[in-house]
Structures are given as C-alpha cells and as structure tokens.
Design a protein around this ligand. Structure first.
Ligand code: GLN
Length: 486
C-alpha cells in the first residue's frame, strides 16, 4: 500500500476510504464485530491539513512518501487522539476529547499513515477478552461466538477481518500478544521504554507498553518501526537508536539458540496445544535453530505477582477520574465527596472497581509489606530468571502464547480467576520488561467443526526486537505466510 501511494499510482486517501467502507460493513448489526468505538470521516482531514488548535501543523509528512504513506491504521482507544474521542471503553470517559495526541499516534501521522478509527478494548485495558468494554464486547472475526482476546481485542479483530493491515494496541500483561493469538494475527510487545507512553492512558505504568498488530510479521515490524524511539515527553522512554526492523526480516534463525522453558509446558497443557507447539519447534529446528530445554523457576509466581502489582498501580493511576477533571460528572451531587463517589460509582465497570479495591488493599498500611513489597521482590526474581538464560547463551525463548484458543463469549465472565489465568504465559515479559511477539502456530479443533487459531510466542533479551522478529518471520514462512497478500 505504502509503495503504491509513494509511487502515486493510487491517491493518498484510497486505502483509508476502502478501510472505512469495510469497517462499516463488518462492524455493525446483530452479528457485527463491534471492533470500533469511533471511525474517522472518509476522505479527511488530510494528514497535512492545518487543523485549528491541534498544534500539529508541520509535524505530518508533507509529501506522503513516508514509511506508512497512505496506510490505514486502527488505534486502541486508550491512545489519545485529537480528531476522535478517547474513552478507554469506559463510561467515565464517554465522549472525552484529549487536548493532545499520543506520541505513537503523532509518529503514525508523520510516517504518512491514516487513522481509521479507535478500537474497542476491555475498560482501561483490564481484561483478556474485550468483554469488559462498557460499549459491548468485540466478536472474533474467525468465529463470531468466540472472544477476540483482550484487552486490545478491537485492534486484533480489525486486523484479522482485513479492515486494516496493522493496528496499535497496548500490552500490560499480554494485551497485544494474547488477542493476536486468538485472532490468528501477529502481535508484538516491544522492550519497556522502546515506544513512548506519552498519551497512552496509564493502567500500570511500570508494565504498560504500546504494541503493534499486523497480518504478517512485516506489517507489525513496519508499524513498530514507525512509532518507536526516544521521546523527551516520556521519562521512561530510552534514548537508543531504533533498529531497521523491517529490512533484515528474512535473515532467518540459522544458528540461533532457542530455549524451550519447561515451566511454560505444564502437564496440564491441552494435548492439542502441546501438539501444535511441538510441530512449531520442529519447524524452527528445520530452519536451523538450535533447540535447548531451559528452566525459569519463578514463572509459577508470575500471575500472582502481576495481579498484586498491576492493580496497585491502577488504583493510583485511576484516582484522577473524580468527576471533576475528565469525562462524566454526577451533576446532582451536593458535596465534593458525593460528587467523587457518585461519578466513580456510575463511571467504572465491575472489573475496574475490583482492581481499584484489590490495589488499594495491597498498598494499604499494614498490608503493603505482605503484598506490594513482596510482589516487587518476586518481580526481581522473575527478571533474574530471564537474565540467567540469556547469560547461558540462549538467544530467544519459544512458548505457547496462551494455554488455549479463544474461548466462547460469556464463558469466563463469571470467574475472574479463570480469566486471569489466560495471561500465565504473557505477564512474565511485562514483569521483566523484555520484548515478546505472538505469531500464528496452527489451529485446533474447536468443537462444532470450527478451527480456532493458536499463537506461539518468542521472548527475547531487552532491545533484541530485530532477531526476535526474524525468528517470528521464519516460523511464519514455514506455514506459507508470505505477507504478500496483505
Ligand atoms: N489481561 C491482563 C489484565 O487484565 C493484561 C491486560 C493488558 O495487558 N492490558 O490485566
């Protein structure tokens, strides 16, 4: 697409208009995907149009010859945009318009990409199925009775349905990798600090990263390359050059040492998942990888650690939604306290309330040493497990992305712990700050004749996105995915 727009063989608006048309066709109605919470207007505004008050004049690519020239991109609704509302799929931010734009979104514009719309998600990115959206769940385009995963389910569904070739999401505990696996697309979470969090609505600041979805590894790599890099507006972004992620993708994995961590392959893993995983490992071996079994002994504490730390940070970050400064306000309240209470009670859904309660408890006087402080120590042990395998000469780790395929809508909504357990293989990367990518890894029998897809996950040392994506590409190619038809 970008090549065609750069050459001038198609007009700059062409793919945007097609994406909008398709989004409308797949999204609405009884069996609609509900992947989008807001759509851009067809045709405009042109990326370089002087948009009064946006302060972005001169920041967009003037000639349309950028890396993503004319490419339609969907953006998760927790990234601040000027043209469209930013709601985090929460009633408390319904209709909220940010006065500034996230750095990742601005960089998209600079690269020439066209924003198609804002995608559905679990409220404030808390969830694993997109069923926690205040605006209704997103359906999985591969099977509309199944969830698309979460929390970036809308972005994953938009890519899987072919509306856009790539989309932005955010990954705090797996929210890009797990929905990518559930929808049969590629999802990459970069190293913590690789992409600016400026303008990404904070959930758990020490874990949050902006991530990229693509129909192929190449599409995800191009998108990540466009948004990555140091940003003085995010003190946790790191001053490091952005490598050429898309250029060297076909270098392969010959000679690379790929570790298979036994803690990610428990005896309880579904036999079909294990079978697809073993087949993928064979493909890696055939592509020249050196396979080695490894151990990351603290993995079993990861979910508990994550579900102490993430809610603790969330309880602090979400204190700002008080009905005064953002979004919905309970106008009938007669005192300040009543205003806070009524606005928050009305504005937050049950999962967000649960996290605020859990997090506040874990941080409270008398308990923080038992919960928060302790979880921080275990987090350090989990990070050290990874450091040890890298020091032992392991280049990459390979695991299943999730314990099973997409589950059915409604199947886990009554059991938060069952929902939390779909994150067992993904939260470790956020706790350790390392990059991860999910790529399609075959299908399993879904019952009723359907074949839901699985994902395989590569994890890499910090800043090693390039070799990680090369490995992902090698696996993708072994399944015959060329990326050409995207
Ligand atoms: N499913 C995890 C949670 O509910 C991760 C969410 C995310 O990565 N944003 O917290």
């Amino acid at each position: 697409m970008a090549a065609a727009v750069r050459e001038g063989s198609v007009p700059a608006d062409h793919y945007l208009n097609k994406a909008l048309e398709q989004a409308r066709a797949v999204d609405r109605g009884h069996e609609g995907l509900n992947a989008f919470l807001a759509l851009a207007k067809p045709g405009g505004p042109a990326p370089d149009a002087p948009d009064s008050g946006s302060g972005r004049a001169g920041e967009t690519h003037p000639t349309g010859d950028g890396l993503l020239a004319g490419v339609p991109v969907a953006v998760k609704d927790n990234l601040c945009t000027l043209d469209l509302p930013t709601t985090c799929a929460s009633r408390i931010l319904e209709g909220y318009r940010s006065p500034y734009e996230a750095t990742a979104v601005r960089r998209l514009r600079v690269a020439g990409a066209r924003l198609v719309g804002k995608t559905n998600m679990d409220e404030f990115a808390m969830g694993s199925s997109t069923e926690n959206s205040a605006f209704g769940p997103t359906r999985n385009p591969r099977d509309r009775d199944r969830v698309p995963g979460g929390s970036s389910g809308g972005s994953a569904a938009a890519v899987a349905a072919g509306v856009v070739p790539c989309a932005l999401g955010s990954d705090t505990g797996g929210s890009v990798r797990q929905p990518a696996a559930f929808c049969g697309v590629v999802g990459v979470k970069p190293t913590y600090g690789r992409v600016s969090r400026y303008g990404l609505v904070a959930f758990a600041s020490s874990l949050d990263q902006v991530g990229a979805f693509g129909r192929s590894v190449l599409d995800a790599a191009l998108l990540l390359e466009a948004v990555a890099g140091y940003d003085p507006r995010d003190p946790t972004s790191v001053r490091r050059p952005v490598p050429d992620l898309s250029g060297g993708l076909d270098e392969g994995i010959r000679g690379r040492v790929v570790g298979l961590p036994r803690e990610y392959l428990p005896d309880t893993l579904a036999p079909e998942v294990r079978a697809r995983y073993d087949e993928a490992v064979e493909r890696l071996r055939e592509a020249g990888a050196r396979i080695r079994e490894v151990s990351l002994p603290h993995t079993r504490f990861a979910v508990s650690t994550y579900y102490v730390l993430a809610p603790a940070e969330a309880s602090s970050n979400l204190a700002r939604y008080d009905g005064v400064r953002y979004g919905g306000r309970a106008s009938e309240a007669r005192s300040t306290l009543e205003l806070y209470r009524a606005s928050r009670t009305r504005g937050f859904g049950p999962e967000v309330v649960r996290r605020i309660m859990l997090g506040t408890f874990g941080l409270s006087a008398g308990y923080h040493d038992q919960y928060y402080d302790r979880a921080q120590k275990v987090r350090a042990l989990i990070a050290r497990d990874f450091e040890r395998v890298w020091a032992d000469g392991v280049d990459l780790l390979f695991t299943p992305t999730a314990p099973g395929p997409a589950f059915r809508l409604g199947e886990r909504t009554a059991d938060p712990v069952a929902m939390y357990l779909s994150d067992v293989f993904t939260v470790t990367a956020n706790l350790a700050g390392i990059p991860g990518v999910s790529v399609p890894m075959g299908e399993v029998a879904g019952g009723g004749g359907d074949r839901p897809p699985l994902g395989g996950q590569f994890l890499a040392p910090p800043w090693h996105e390039a070799p990680m994506l090369q490995a992902a590409r090698a696996l993708e190619v072994s399944y015959g995915i060329t990326g050409e038809d995207t």
